[in-house]
Write a protein that binds this ligand. Structure first.
Ligand SMILES: [Zn+2]
Length: 309
């Protein structure tokens, strides 16, 4: 009992520590909203520019002798042979790979004729609360939309049942590192642990290791890209920021602001960054309805090739 209480206390502390001070992806104080590929190459403020100017996003293969460990990225998700998808869900292998990700982290059809007016929905920094997860999934279901939930290992460890809930409700689980730290300046071994431990715990709980990786703060660096590739994952930041991480509970008109933030930057293939936050949960139905009204549909993440090109 004492253990349960202290776990609860710790979770509460973690939660308040994170939500209280913008523990979110983009670098604090930046006005940039989309650290897309350009940010990797140029000096856009939010991405990992320090010392890593090579546009290596297009070639995630490591340059040294570690090549042999690279998983076959374009095929099925790692671990899919042991996967246990919910019975109503088609197996990942049955979903045709119709799209790929370009250097701007946008989603692009492989062939002409495939609908290009799609967006990718993503929610970072969970899993936090069953209530929010259920509400998000209810809204996604209502719009027949799939989304990637980029989770942190420390949260999964605290609440494995929440990851299970996300998975069982049809959320696609992505890897957002164990501790939500900036990875780009860390050693290879440390980054490997930050990423690999999340692969392990997610696979233990859901039967599938994540196929998508997003570095915390959008700053994975070359080392993050390398380790993601070695784990068979597609590395991405985002191309449209909802800026939900800048909002506060006391702010008014958060739904309107969030919808405007997204629609202001909206384009075909938008990779939309959101978070598991109360106001985002609240705004989601309006946002999805707005996007549908503009002729967009929601891409199934499992239809995206796991290799950027
Ligand atoms: Zn994050």
């Amino acid at each position: 009992m004492g253990k349960a209480i202290s776990a609860l206390l710790l979770a509460t502390l973690l939660l308040s520590a994170c939500s209280g001070n913008n523990d979110e992806d983009p670098v604090q104080g930046s006005t940039a909203t989309a650290p897309a590929a350009a940010a990797e190459v140029t000096a856009a403020p939010t991405e990992d520019t320090a010392g890593t100017v090579a546009p290596s996003a297009s070639s995630p293969a490591p340059e040294d002798g570690t090549k042999a460990t690279i998983a076959p990225a374009a095929s099925a998700a790692p671990g899919s042979s042991t996967a246990t998808p919910p019975s109503s869900e088609p197996a990942a292998a049955e979903i045709p790979l119709l799209y790929h990700m370009n250097k701007n982290y946008d989603i692009v059809p492989n062939e002409e004729g495939t609908d290009k007016k799609v967006v990718l929905l993503t929610f970072d920094d969970g899993p936090k609360e069953a209530e929010m997860i259920n509400a998000l999934m209810d809204t996604l279901d209502k719009h027949q939309a799939k989304a990637i939930f980029f989770v942190n290992g420390y949260r999964v460890k605290e609440h494995p049942e929440l990851l299970k809930l996300l998975h069982e409700r049809g959320g696609i689980i992505g890897n957002h590192s164990w501790d939500h730290i900036v990875l780009k300046d860390k050693s290879y071994a440390e980054v490997q642990k930050q990423i690999g431990d999340v692969q392990t715990i997610v696979k233990e709980i859901t039967g599938e290791a994540p196929a998508f990786f997003r570095p915390p703060h959008g700053a994975g660096g070359d080392v993050g890209k390398q380790v993601a590739a070695e784990n068979g994952m597609l590395y991405m930041t985002w191309s449209v920021g909802s800026l939900d991480w800048e909002m506060k509970e006391k702010d008014t008109a958060k739904t309107e602001t969030l919808v405007k933030n997204v629609t202001d930057q909206l384009h075909s293939g938008s990779n939309i960054l959101m978070h598991e936050l109360p106001w985002t949960t609240q705004a989601l139905d309006t946002l999805l309805t707005t996007l549908e009204g503009k002729g967009y549909s929601f891409v199934d993440p499992r239809s995206i090739e796991l290799k950027q090109r």
